[in-house]
Design a protein around this ligand. Structure first.
Ligand code: PLP
Length: 401
């Protein structure tokens, strides 16, 4: 048997020789975790304020996830979608009860959830090929989802994208939305809080206008809650803040408790349109991932995490908002445990300076530091982060901005 060199240098060398270069990885090697803490290959400890980009919502080694995983390991790891297992129905029942929508379809990832929603929208409105989406949105990397993604850098190398007309409107521009949606529109896709676009919350007014326009023109309103959903904003679903119920919601990231799992929740305008053969997947709705999803939703409820997220978010806002206009911070946006700190300089050197100080954070676009901490993050971690951020900004220059 080959003895593998698992040292950071060995891992990086092997990757650079054999793994396709799709990622500009930061040289950080997390190997263990507990709660909101990560340890790297050398044993250095970090606060994790990114959660694997919103996946590890309960942090690491959460007892509910460990228990579900242990129990699941005694059962079948895969059951074909030709047959039944209990966990899709149990998870779907919980998601339906929490959302007010009617049914769930399970897939493996966010982009697949949006692909499914695009197909279901076609079933509702055959012949309508126009979709309205938002500038700077991100919906995934497969061709359908990429066609809805309003950022040229992702789209241009792969043009032409899926045929049909995708009209992009600026975030929160209700007038542009009103002009764009018409009788040819099959669906409106929006992220209630735009994640990759730099943490841009859509206003309740904009979301409500989208809902009214969708009703008026027979289009379907799809909320992509892949990054902002399942508790992150302090409500189980981010659309709840606007007091609307969309026709479809797409989910992924935290849904499988750390394993790949995506879903489309559909409302009454869609539930009866989808028939056997219209759509499917081999792995989607895997019993282990669904079981972990049930454990995640149960923990959110039993540990009253939504109230905790809301309170922590309000506290973090009170700490971050006064920093806007100081230390090179231009703006602070977000809600709950989803925050973007827009800088006057590139965010990557600041992210790396924070990493060196023991804080794992993300970036979005060029100049935004992105925070997506696990729901169980202690206030202490965020207090320490705010201090470290100011220090990192003092030590990084704005000259190359
Ligand atoms: C809002 C949103 N939609 C879709 C996706 C795509 O999800 P996945 O990477 O699981 O395909 C992402 C991923 O970052 C996302 O943030």
């Amino acid at each position: 048997m080959l003895l593998h060199d698992e040292s950071p240098a060995g891992v990086e060398l092997r990757e650079s020789s054999y793994v396709l270069g799709t990622y500009a990885r930061t040289p950080f090697h997390p190997r263990e975790g507990k709660g909101a803490r990560l340890a790297d290959a050398e044993g250095k400890i970090y606060w994790d304020l990114l959660s694997g980009i919103a996946v590890n919502a309960l942090g690491y080694r959460h007892p509910a996830i460990l228990r579900a995983l242990r129990e699941a390991s005694e059962g079948l790891l895969h059951v074909s979608n030709l047959f039944f297992h209990p966990w899709q129905g149990i998870l779907a029942e919980r998601l339906v009860a929490g959302s007010g929508l009617a049914r769930a379809f399970f897939c493996n990832s966010g982009t697949e959830a949006n692909e499914a929603a695009l197909k279901f929208a076609r079933l509702r409105n055959p012949g309508r090929s126009k979709v309205v989406a938002i500038e700077e949105s991100f919906h995934g990397r497969t061709f359908g989802s990429l066609s809805l993604t309003g950022h040229e850098a992702y789209r241009t190398p792969f043009a032409p994208l899926v045929s049909g007309d995708v009209v992009f409107v600026p975030p929160n521009d209700t007038e542009a939305l009103e002009k764009a949606v018409d009788g040819e529109t099959s669906a409106i896709f929006l992220e209630p809080i735009m994640g990759e676009g730099g943490i841009i919350p859509l206003s309740s007014k904009f979301m409500q206008t989208a809902s009214v326009l969708a009703d008026r023109h027979g289009a379907l309103l799809v909320c992509d809650e892949i990054q902002c959903g399942l508790g992150r904003t302090g409500k189980l679903f981010a659309f709840e803040h606007a007091g609307i119920v969309p026709d479809m919601v797409t989910l992924a990231k935290p849904l499988g408790g750390g394993l790949p799992l995506g879903a489309v929740l559909v409302g009454p305008r869609v539930e009866d349109l989808v028939k056997p053969g219209h759509h499917g997947t081999t792995f989607g709705g895997n019993p282990v991932a669904c079981r972990l999803g049930v454990a995640l939703l149960a923990a959110i409820e039993e540990e009253r995490l939504l109230a905790k997220i809301e309170a922590l978010g309000a506290w973090l806002e009170s700490e971050l908002a006064p920093l806007a206009g100081k230390h090179g911070i231009l703006d602070v946006r977000g809600m709950g445990l989803m925050w973007g700190i827009e800088l006057d300089r590139p965010a990557t050197p600041v992210m790396k300076a924070l990493l060196a100080e023991g804080f794992v954070v993300g970036t979005a676009r060029d100049k935004v530091i992105r925070l997506l901490p696990p729901y169980i993050v202690p206030k202490k971690a965020l207090q320490e982060f705010v201090k470290a951020l100011v220090k990192a900004l003092e030590n990084t220059s704005s000259s190359n901005s």
